[in-house]
Structure formats: structure tokens, C-alpha cells
Write a protein that binds this ligand. Structure first.
Ligand code: ADP
Ligand code: ZN
Length: 728
């Protein structure tokens, strides 16, 4: 059969936001004015789908006559070349399908159908006769005046409920009207209320500002003790970026908890930034994506996924708390947002600033090797001194039986409260007790889906798996031996510490800060308000309290179990523990009063405790480097993990063994394993792991691709590739 006659046009390649490795060829009719980066609708099987014109394709495997036509061009700004290159780069680096990466950049596909303007309301003139005007309606009409405003804005300005606006519409007093979309994101004003910077701050800020003004790629590591005013410094770089008319992106590890940060931003710039995180409503996502793409969102603050937004003119990327593991995405496309931020900045010819009081060994090494510039703020702002850190040897002064706070810590809390100051107790464990044990038979309550114990959450009277979410009521009797009243909690979680301080300090007003009690931005803002207003005396919290909070009246931090993160075989266990404890300690004494930190530990001589007490983080990192360098461990060598998993235990084991037998050799490459993965059972999947280790100069991607290509893995087994794994 002869091919149907075809319209004039040309062959192009379209990448679809689906887990496909390759772009597909299509025929672009000459009357569809799409160029590289255009969003287009194309047929796929029996349906249509959205995609992005990736490149012109002079030739391809499919005969011209059999190519299907591009259906339509979407009226959205095309994805510019640096972002397309970024998608390809991330895909190649992480060994992910390019379409899966594109999907992250198209996080709000329906935004492509947004009309060019958003809907608002206008008063109908002259007023229709007979329409009832209540006092509320009159106020709303007055607030609207002759302007066009969205309904939410009318009700906000007039102080009336959204129902009043709907009422106005139903009686014909207002009508829908379109208004410019820009209204969604007011422009932050770089000159609104800049602070007077201290001398060290000014010097650092000037260097960053020069970097932004240069319109060129460069990475700077901004270091400075907790409370030294790093935020104000990098906000100067944001201000410069605004003055240049380019867009700025700030990545924060835990955006939902960053209410204090947002307040500060708005005070300084007179307008809030655009936000990007997983809890946005789909409408806000759509509007934000579109505003970013059109360049009308000048500053965006977001979680790691914001890195894939379609900024047409990105001048600056800031990664605050660059050492945080929250920047690593462990599902789907496995990537580290801090590392990829550097790549995106390079492709966009933008400045990149990595910020931390406790920078990662990776970033410090890059700075030492001259790849990154380095700026330091050595002192706390406003003359506040750093807290005094001391270890409490639990072998010498153990807590009383059945308690977890040692007498010297209890005494320190007593003194602090007597002075009218606030104290914080940190324990990085949610719930009441991490383990529930039967006193009679020794049975341990374990998750049926994971290699993990169930954690008691006493307030809900339930046991909960922190890995898969499995939950069950706390049983009245041991499920194994049937003994009643025999299950006992072993070890503390924050709820249990809360119970202990309630007994010790019944008068003190207590607040537990954990993801169960602080589920989102509103709760975080309320907690911060209560603490700032001194409505709370004692804070008991998990790692949530380690984030950048600024609590002026907090002077004592007690770490319930400073050894908690040090066990296990994790390469970065010491580094991570040091960072976490330093951040927690940094919450104490941020204003006039001297802060104090007590670390309860069974290993007070451990290098982590020693470094914290001596305030010698550089020394600690040097020692870490000296340990890792000889064995070519990161950052002095490359590492990639293969996680082999299946619901079928034997299939997973067999596939892992086959991969082990086909392990690559040469170029100094070494394969460790297969061995059971750290969580050998997770969400019902049996997991094995192989680690590939290579010298720093070796590109591991081709080696991995080769390796995976040599082994047939059955359909019920999944192999995930994790390049630069953290937490192993
Ligand atoms: P870091 O991010 O280094 O922990 P912050 O930027 O949070 O430090 O600053 C600590 C505190 O000092 C904050 O309350 C901040 O508002 C204040 N601060 C920092 N620099 C200045 C400045 N130049 N003028 C006024 N206040 C400042
Ligand atoms: Zn589980």
C-alpha cells in the first residue's frame, strides 16, 4: 500500500514525559510553527500526549512516510536549550530515562492549557437594578472599585468571606474579567529594606554580588557559624539578581518548616517569593510553573524538585544548608539536588552559592581543590557568642533507673527555667519507644513488610513502621506467647522524653516538635510564634528542631542521645552526626545570653564529640578526609550502588548473584557485594546491594550501562541505580 500523501514539513524528535529513554520521531507539518523546545501535542498509540520538541532529526529509523504528524503547538514559552541540555545531562548521569527527567521539568502539564491571563472580577456598571446590596456586599464592591481583582483578593481586602464574592456574581453585580497574570507574583523590591551588614558580611556579600553581576558560571561555598548572618548575605546576591532582571532560585531542604525564613524575605523585599514544594495545590502549581516559564516569578524558593522548573533566565541558584541529606531524592530519578544545582548553574551561565555552617566534605574538598570559591563568616551576628558545648558521660553520671535524662542535664534545665529562659531537648526519634519487647518470651514487635521494629506511638495507642507506614493498635497481649501486660517499651522517643520532663517539671509549658505534631507550614509557624512569644518553656524535638530556627530566648540545648547516629556501617555516619549535632547546638544562645549545650553520650571521647566541644569542624573534616582518601572513598573516589529488589526473595537473590558474577573489572574498579541491603526487606520487597567503587577520574556511567546490559534481569526484579549514594 502506498504511503498517504503528506503535507510539507520536516522530521523532528519529540521527548515525551514518560519513562522512555529516547525521543520519538514525528513529522512536523510546515503550518505548525514549532521550534526546538516547543511544547507540542502528539499522537502516541491510540491517544494524544504532550511532549517537547527535542531536536531536528534529519534522518531516523522510521521511514518518513510512516511518521505520525505533530497535532498542535501549545501556547507556552518553549523550553530553552540550557534546560533541555540539563534534562539530558541528568538522565545520562543518573542512568535514568530522559523522559522521566523531563517529567520533573513538566511538573504541571495542565499549566500548558492555562489561558494567557488569569480570571478576576470586575464591577458591572451601571449597577443592575433590584440587586440586593448587603453591607458586606457594599464593602466588597468598594474594595473592588474599578479594578479587576481575583475573588480571593476582593475578600481579603474587604474582610468578607469568599461566599460574599460568589453572591455578588450570582446577582450580577460583578462579572468575570481577565487580568494580567503577573499579578500572581508581585516583584520583590531589592531596595525595599536592606539590612546594614556587618563588615565580614559586607565583604562576603560584595563577592557574591560581583559573581551574580558577572553573568557567568561560578560556585561559591558560603560558610559561617550558626547565627552568623549567612542568610542576609546571600539575600544580597538575590537582590543583585533582581536588579539584573534575572531570576533567582533558592533551594531549602525543608520548605514547609521555613516560615521564619519567608517572614524575613518578605520583610526585606516587601513581597513574598514564589514557592515550590510537594504540598502546593494543583492550581498553585500550575500558576507557579507558568509564571516561572514566562519569567514573571522573579524569585522562587523551593524544595529540590524546583531545580527542574523552566526558568528562562536564571541568574542565581542558592542551596541553603547544602550538607542536608534532604536534597537527595531516593525514588524514581535518584539525584542529589546540590550536585545537580551546580550543573544547572553551569548550563545557565548562572552563579551558584552553597551555604552551610557545617559544609559537606564534598563541598569543602571542591573548595580546597580550587573548583569553588570560599567565603567565611567567622562570628555570630551582633556579638552573640557561640554556645559552650560539653559532653555528659553517661557512664559516670547515668540517669536514674527508667529515666533518660542524667542528673547534670536535669540540673541545667532547672537553672535555665529558673532564669526564665527556654530549654530544648533533642532526640532524633519520633514516637514513644523505638522497640516493644515481650518480657515473658523476648518477642520483638516487628514490621511485617520491613526489616524494622515497630515504633510505639502512645498518644494514638498504635505501633507504626517508620519505613512503610504499616500501623496496628498496640496489642494488649504478646502476639507470640499470649502473655498479658507483658509488652514493654525499650528506649526513648520524643514522646517518652516529654513524659519524663512532665514529671520532672510539671509547671513548665512544653511543646513537642516532631513530624507528627508539626505536619505542615501552619503548625510550624504557630510553634515558632509560641516559642518567640515565650508561651513555651521546654521544647522537645526530633531533627525538625535542627533546622534554621532563630529562637532568641533559647539558651540550653540538651542532646538526649548524642551517639544515636554513630552506629552502623555508613561511610558518612560521623560526618552526618557532627553536622546534625552542630546545627542543633546552634539553636542555643543566638542573642544576648550565653548558650549552653550538653551532649549525653557513652562515648564522650569520640572524634565527633571532641570536634564539637573544641569547635574544630575543619580539624574534624581533615581527619575524615585522611581516613577516606587512601581507600578512594568519596569524595576521593566514585561510588555507585545497584539495589536489586523483588517481592520474590529468591528471584532478588539470584539476580543479585548474577550481577555479581558479571561485575566489571579494570580501570581500578572494584565491586563490593552482593550483600543484603541495609533495609533487607522494605515495603515487602527483598533487597540486595552491589557497590561499585572507582577512582575519582573514572566515568562510572558507561561501566554501569555495560554491566547492566550484560545481565538478564527477570521482570519481577527491579534494579535501581544510585550514582553517588548517601546513607550506606
Ligand atoms: P545564619 O543563617 O548564619 O544562621 P542568620 O542569617 O539566620 O544566620 O542570622 C542570625 C540572626 O541575626 C537573624 O535573626 C538575623 O535576622 C540577624 N542578622 C544577621 N545579619 C544581620 C544584619 N546585618 N543586621 C541585622 N540583623 C542581622
Ligand atoms: Zn514497614
Amino acid at each position: 500500500m502506498a504511503a498517504p500523501p503528506r503535507k510539507a514539513g520536516r522530521r523532528i524528535r519529540v521527548l515525551l514525559p514518560l519513562p522512555l529513554a529516547e525521543a520519538y520521531d514525528y513529522w512536523l507539518p510546515a503550518d505548525v510553527p514549532a521550534g526546538p523546545g516547543s511544547f507540542v501535542e502528539v499522537p502516541l498509540g491510540g491517544r494524544t500526549t504532550l511532549g517537547v520538541v527535542w531536536e531536528d532529526a534529519p534522518e531516523g529509523g522510521v521511514a518518513e512516510g510512516r511518521l505520525r504528524d505533530v497535532i498542535a503547538l501549545k501556547p507556552a514559552p518553549p523550553m530553552h536549550k540550557p534546560l533541555r541540555e540539563f534534562v539530558d545531562w541528568v538522565a545520562a548521569y543518573t542512568l535514568s530515562p530522559a523522559g522521566a527527567v523531563l517529567r520533573m521539568a513538566m511538573a504541571a502539564p495542565s499549566a500548558l492549557d492555562e489561558p494567557a491571563a488569569v480570571a478576576g472580577w470586575r464591577a458591572v456598571q451601571p449597577r443592575p437594578e433590584g440587586a440586593r446590596i448587603t453591607p458586606d456586599r457594599a464593602r466588597a464592591l468598594e474594595a473592588l472599585g474599578t479594578a479587576t481583582l481575583p475573588g480571593t483578593e476582593i475578600s481579603r481586602r474587604a474582610g468578607v468571606s469568599p461566599g460574599v464574592v460568589r453572591g455578588l456574581a450570582s446577582v450580577g453585580l460583578i462579572r468575570p474579567a481577565s487580568m494580567p497574570r503577573q499579578a500572581a507574583f508581585p516583584r520583590p523590591d531589592p531596595g525595599h529594606a536592606p539590612p546594614v551588614l556587618a563588615e565580614a558580611q559586607s565583604r562576603a556579600a560584595e563577592a557574591l554580588v560581583r559573581g551574580v553581576a558577572a553573568h557567568a558560571f561560578g560556585v561559591t561555598l558560603l560558610e559561617g557559624v550558626t547565627g552568623s548572618g549567612k542568610t542576609e548575605v546571600y539575600l544580597d546576591a538575590v537582590a543583585e539578581c533582581l536588579r539584573q532582571g534575572r531570576q533567582a532560585l533558592v533551594l531549602l531542604p525543608e520548605i514547609a518548616l521555613s516560615t521564619q525564613w519567608l517572614t524575613r524575605f518578605e520583610r526585606r523585599f516587601g513581597a513574598p517569593p514564589a514557592l515550590w514544594h510537594s504540598e502546593l495545590t494543583s492550581r498553585t502549581r500550575r500558576v507557579t510553573w507558568r509564571a516561572v516559564a514566562e519569567g514573571t516569578a522573579p524569585v522562587l524558593v523551593g524544595a529540590r524538585s524546583a531545580l527542574f522548573l523552566p526558568f528562562p533566565d536564571l541568574g542565581l541558584i542558592v542551596v541553603d544548608e547544602e550538607h542536608e541529606t534532604a536534597f537527595k531524592q531516593e525514588e524514581g530519578v535518584i539525584y542529589h539536588a546540590r550536585d545537580m544545582a551546580v550543573v544547572r548553574a553551569r548550563l545557565e551561565q548562572a552563579a551558584c552559592v552553597l551555604v552551610s555552617a557545617t559544609p559537606s566534605l564534598e563541598s569543602v574538598t571542591n573548595a580546597k581543590d580550587g573548583r569553588y570559591a570560599r567565603l567565611a563568616l567567622p562570628q555570630r551576628h551582633g556579638g552573640a557568642s557561640l554556645p559552650e558545648i560539653r559532653a555528659l558521660d553517661l557512664r559516670v553520671t547515668p540517669p536514674e533507673r527508667g529515666r533518660f535524662l542524667a542528673p547534670p542535664l536535669v540540673a541545667a534545665i532547672t537553672e535555665t527555667l529558673a532564669r526564665g529562659e527556654q530549654a530544648m531537648l533533642f532526640l532524633n526519634r519520633r514516637g514513644y519507644a523505638p522497640l516493644t519487647l515481650c518480657r515473658t518470651c523476648g518477642h520483638r514487635m516487628q514490621c511485617p513488610n520491613c526489616t524494622a521494629w515497630l515504633v510505639e506511638h502512645r498518644a494514638q495507642r498504635r505501633l507504626l513502621c517508620h519505613h512503610c507506614g504499616h500501623t496496628a493498635p498496640t496489642p494488649p497481649a504478646c502476639p507470640e506467647c499470649g502473655a498479658e501486660h507483658s509488652l514493654v517499651p525499650i528506649g526513648p522517643g520524643v514522646e517518652r522524653i516529654q513524659e519524663e520532663v512532665a514529671e520532672l517539671f510539671p509547671e513548665a509549658r512544653r511543646l513537642v516538635m516532631a513530624s507528627d505534631t508539626i505536619p505542615g507550614p501552619a503548625a510550624a509557624a504557630e510553634a515558632a510564634r509560641q516559642i518567640e512569644a515565650r508561651e513555651v518553656d521546654l521544647i522537645i524535638g526530633t531533627q525538625i528542631v535542627a533546622k534554621g530556627w532563630h529562637f532568641p530566648h533559647l539558651t540550653l540545648v540538651g542532646v538526649v542521645d548524642a551517639d544515636l547516629g554513630l552506629g552502623g556501617g555508613d561511610l558518612r555516619a560521623a560526618e552526618r552526626t557532627m553536622q546534625l549535632l552542630h546545627q542543633v547546638a546552634g539553636r542555643a544562645g543566638r542573642e544576648a545570653a550565653q548558650g549552653r549545650v550538653l551532649l549525653q553520650s557513652f562515648a564522650p571521647d569520640h572524634p565527633v564529640m571532641a570536634a564539637l566541644m573544641a569547635d574544630d569542624l575543619p580539624g574534624f573534616l581533615d581527619a575524615e578526609a585522611a581516613q577516606r582518601a587512601p581507600g578512594h572513598w568519596p569524595p576521593f573516589g566514585r561510588l555507585a550502588a545497584l539495589i536489586v529488589s523483588s517481592e520474590d526473595a529468591r528471584a532478588a537473590e539470584r539476580a543479585a548473584r548474577d550481577l555479581g558474577l558479571a561485575a566489571p573489572e579494570g580501570e581500578g574498579v572494584q565491586v563490593l557485594g552482593p550483600a543484603p541491603a541495609p533495609l533487607a526487606l522494605l515495603r515487602g520487597r527483598h533487597r540486595h546491594r552491589l557497590l561499585l567503587k572507582a577512582p575519582r577520574g573514572v566515568r562510572v556511567q558507561p561501566i554501569l550501562r555495560d554491566w547492566l546490559g550484560r545481565v538478564d534481569v527477570p521482570a519481577n526484579v527491579r534494579v535501581q541505580v544510585d550514582v553517588d549514594p548517601v546513607g550506606f
